[in-house]
Ligand binder design. Structure first.
Ligand SMILES: *[C@@H]1O[C@H](CO)[C@@H](O)[C@H](O)[C@H]1NC(C)=O
Ligand SMILES: *[C@@H]1O[C@H](CO)[C@@H](O)[C@H](O)[C@H]1NC(C)=O
Ligand SMILES: *[C@@H]1O[C@H](CO)[C@@H](O)[C@H](O)[C@H]1NC(C)=O
Ligand SMILES: *[C@@H]1O[C@H](CO)[C@@H](O)[C@H](O)[C@H]1NC(C)=O
Ligand SMILES: *[C@@H]1O[C@H](CO)[C@@H](O)[C@H](O)[C@H]1NC(C)=O
Ligand SMILES: *[C@@H]1O[C@H](CO)[C@@H](O)[C@H](O)[C@H]1NC(C)=O
Ligand SMILES: *[C@@H]1O[C@H](CO)[C@@H](O)[C@H](O)[C@H]1NC(C)=O
Ligand SMILES: *[C@@H]1O[C@H](CO)[C@@H](O)[C@H](O)[C@H]1NC(C)=O
Length: 648
């Protein structure tokens, strides 16, 4: 029987209306120093996962493992530059489909703590800010700069409406939303900016949602974001931390309300040229126990680190870029494997709440596909017509990557020698203007490498009229602190002998799409095998088929670069990341199985920037079944102190 609406008693209407039926609320209880979820006291144990560092193929596997560790929630960042790579060109499909990811978490009954940015740090290029913001050279990022705010407003007008249906109050998993990130560690300390963000978030998400901020432990860090309406939380690590004292620092800004450690570090990030970081499990579980005994909320940063594919890594200052692996020595490895740390954490959590029953998804099998022989293709200079379809940009003085709208990867700067450099002649930039590495050739003959902060001068020789090429690599924009306006390319003039070089042809290189379309030689490849320390940057290619007759292939793997020095690798057009075994500590790159195919040969393209293996024309890469992340070969002593940046 269907009653006409007017005949249904008012109280019944109330019961069946969605809001009343769900009764989903999530709020801060200041009297009892806790959260309240649906009216009941609640505290979360959460873990960070970056959907942008795990292939979509593996999202569910990783989320389920997090669930089975006893976590109530996951914490995610949203990288603006990943979703808006060019102004108003948005990417939200495939591995960018944050809504699909949130739905998956919800289906697994994991709550979500959303760190919506706009700045996220995250060891991600420019802390997640799009490099195109730097097209306005004088922009003051993370401040009330009008152009910056306009871009933020536009982006949040796209992102936040997508997030709104996922709020807990609206039937979704998102319990709290973070505004900005570690803002107190940035010089600007602009209250108007934070107030602007708060209003913007409220305008899109409503008045009920719990908004919060996160800062390092130092009281100084907390001073810039303590605004009414934004709940202050802290970050702190595991080794030798007095948990009570650490939370007193949060109490300084928030005398009442839930205690929250938004980033509790079970591991730590790596940098090229530094020792691989390992945090002992005992230290992690000891501190975890102390946090949970206090009734505090905690989020592991990271619970799974994953991989920074492609050109997406960031860097710290003094300039130290992060490697491709973001393993983080986390409880789930880069490949999502269960570790001893995972089980130890799960045991501690089990003392405080019920762990879900049922099997934990096992670590995925890895397969050693073995050695694959590559052949040499043309050099970058020989392939300019393919890599830079639009031709060069002419400019009297150098332009930055941002000025030529090539935000990542490589740009080749070419000029002509006007003098005979028969004697070795110094080539240098004033003010350390190489961002970040330049591979220098004269008419294709390697001359040396200029590197930011390290090698600011080389000698070159060559004849008047020869092409002087600087292939400049962006190794990742600074993601933390005051130096995030990290313009790339040649950011100052280049001097040769006594002359400022001019009349440049600037070739922005779109290597990703050239490889996707199948890189072909344009001229016969020079197959000279020399014992020279350096060869001109060049491509190498090969293919292999997944063996048949072995069940469950393809499987995950790791690729190793015996005898190679530094470069980039693509598999089937997917930009897997940077390799740099000459410096370390990372020696193998994780290869998730979803980029392999069994339908056709799998194509490997390597761009080697320094020199390939010197073993008589054999260019071998090797697929192995075990990662090596801890073999530092060339130490970078100058930068060692920076790893303690959050422990001040
Ligand atoms: C930890 O800090 C608290 C608060 O400052 C202090 O009372 C306590 O003695 C400290 N504990 C240790 C072991 O240092
Ligand atoms: C460079 O040297 C060649 C001879 O090796 C000479 O013919 C030429 O004029 C010189 N060019 C300049 C610009 O000095
Ligand atoms: C460049 O050449 C000069 C003169 O030959 C020499 O003194 C200097 O050490 C060289 N510099 C480098 C970096 O090779
Ligand atoms: C290069 O030098 C010229 C002339 O001194 C100057 O106008 C220009 O700004 C400089 N360019 C850069 C990128 O420093
Ligand atoms: C630069 O100029 C000085 C003084 O005019 C001269 O002595 C020196 O040889 C020049 N250097 C080069 C590399 O041309
Ligand atoms: C740069 O190019 C312009 C136009 O072709 C020319 O007039 C000028 O002499 C060149 N300058 C140098 C230093 O080569
Ligand atoms: C690899 O390249 C070959 C030759 O261009 C092509 O036939 C094959 O489909 C490619 N494989 C993949 C997975 O794209
Ligand atoms: C690297 O890690 C492996 C596996 O954990 C370990 O066996 C090895 O001793 C480590 N090597 C170094 C140099 O730390």
């Amino acid at each position: 029987m269907i009653l006409p609406l007017f005949l249904i008693p008012a109280w019944l209407l109330l019961l069946i209306s969605p809001a009343a039926a769900l009764q989903r609320t999530f709020e801060i209880d200041y009297s009892n120093n806790c959260f309240r979820k649906d009216g009941q006291p609640f505290r979360y144990i959460s873990g960070s996962i970056h959907y942008f560092r795990v292939p979509g193929f593996y999202w569910k596997d990783r989320l389920l493992k997090m669930k089975m560790a006893g976590l109530d929630a996951i914490q995610i960042y949203v990288p603006w530059n990943f979703h808006e790579p060019k102004p108003e060109k948005y990417q939200f499909t495939g591995d960018h489909d944050i809504e699909a990811f949130l739905k998956m978490a919800h289906d697994l009954e994991l709550l979500v703590i959303l760190r919506a940015g706009p700045y996220i740090c995250s060891e991600w290029d420019m802390g997640g800010l799009p490099a195109w913001l730097l097209e306005k050279q004088s922009i003051v990022l993370r401040s009330s700069d009008a152009d910056y705010l306009a871009a933020v407003q536009r982006w949040m007008g796209v992102l936040l409406p997508k997030m709104k249906p996922f709020l807990y109050q609206n039937g979704g998993p998102i319990i709290t939303v973070q505004v900005e990130n570690e803002y107190g560690s940035y010089f600007a300390c602009d209250f108007n900016y934070i107030r602007f963000l708060e209003n913007l978030f409220r305008q899109h998400l409503g008045e009920e949602v719990v908004l919060f901020t996160t800062d390092g432990l130092n009281i100084g860090f907390l001073k810039c974001v303590t605004l009414q309406g934004l709940y202050s939380t802290v970050d702190f690590d595991q080794v030798g931390t007095n948990v009570t004292a650490a939370f007193l620092s949060q109490r300084h800004s928030e005398p009442r309300g839930p205690l929250i450690n938004s980033e509790f570090y079970p591991g730590w990030m790596d940098h090229w040229g530094q020792k691989h970081f390992v945090v002992p499990t005992q230290a992690v579980v000891k501190t975890l126990n102390e946090i949970l005994v206090l009734g505090a909320n905690v989020n592991f940063y990271m619970f799974i680190g994953g991989t920074t594919f492609g050109f997406w890594n960031g860097a710290n200052m003094p300039y130290a870029p992060q490697p491709t692996s973001y393993d983080f020595n986390a409880p789930l490895s880069e490949a999502g494997d269960l570790t001893e740390k995972y089980f130890a954490i799960r045991d501690v959590i089990g003392k405080f709440k019920k762990i879900p029953e049922g099997p934990i998804p096992p670590s995925t099998p890895k397969y050693a596909y073995g050695q694959i022989a590559l052949v040499k293709l043309n050099t970058v200079a020989e392939l300019l017509g393919t890599l830079c379809k639009g031709g060069p940009i002419k400019s009297i003085y150098p332009l930055t990557f941002e000025q030529v709208k090539q935000y990542y990867g490589f740009v080749l700067y070419r000029t002509t020698l006007l003098i005979n450099c028969t004697q070795p002649t110094p080539l240098f930039t004033i003010l350390n203007g190489i961002r970040d590495r330049a591979y220098v050739t004269v008419d294709g003959v390697p001359q040396g490498i200029l590197e930011r902060d390290k090698n600011t001068l080389i000698n070159i020789t060559g004849k008047a009229g020869a092409n002087l090429d600087l292939l400049v690599e962006n190794m990742g924009r600074v993601n933390y602190g005051n130096y995030i306006n990290d313009f790339k390319g040649l950011v100052t003039n280049v001097t040769l002998g006594n002359n400022t070089l001019s009349n440049w042809s600037i070739f922005p290189l779109d290597i990703d799409s050239a490889i996707l379309h199948g890189l072909q030689n344009r001229s016969p490849a020079s197959q000279l095998f020399s014992d020279a320390q350096l060869l001109a940057p060049a491509f190498y290619t090969g293919s292999f088929s997944i063996p048949s007759g072995i069940p469950d292939l393809p499987q995950d793997s790791y690729v190793k670069f015996p005898g190679w020095n530094k470069g980039q690798i693509w598999i089937n057009g997917f930009n897997l990341g940077r390799y740099w075994p000459a410096r370390g500590p990372q020696m193998t790159l994780f290869v998730p199985r979803d980029i392999f195919t069994t339908c056709a040969p799998n194509n490997i393209t390597v761009l080697e920037l320094e020199s390939p293996p010197q073993s008589k024309g054999k260019y071998i890469v090797e697929f192995v079944d075990t990662p090596i992340l801890n073999a530092t070969l060339e130490y970078d002593m100058k930068n060692v102190q920076l790893i303690f940046r959050r422990r001040l």
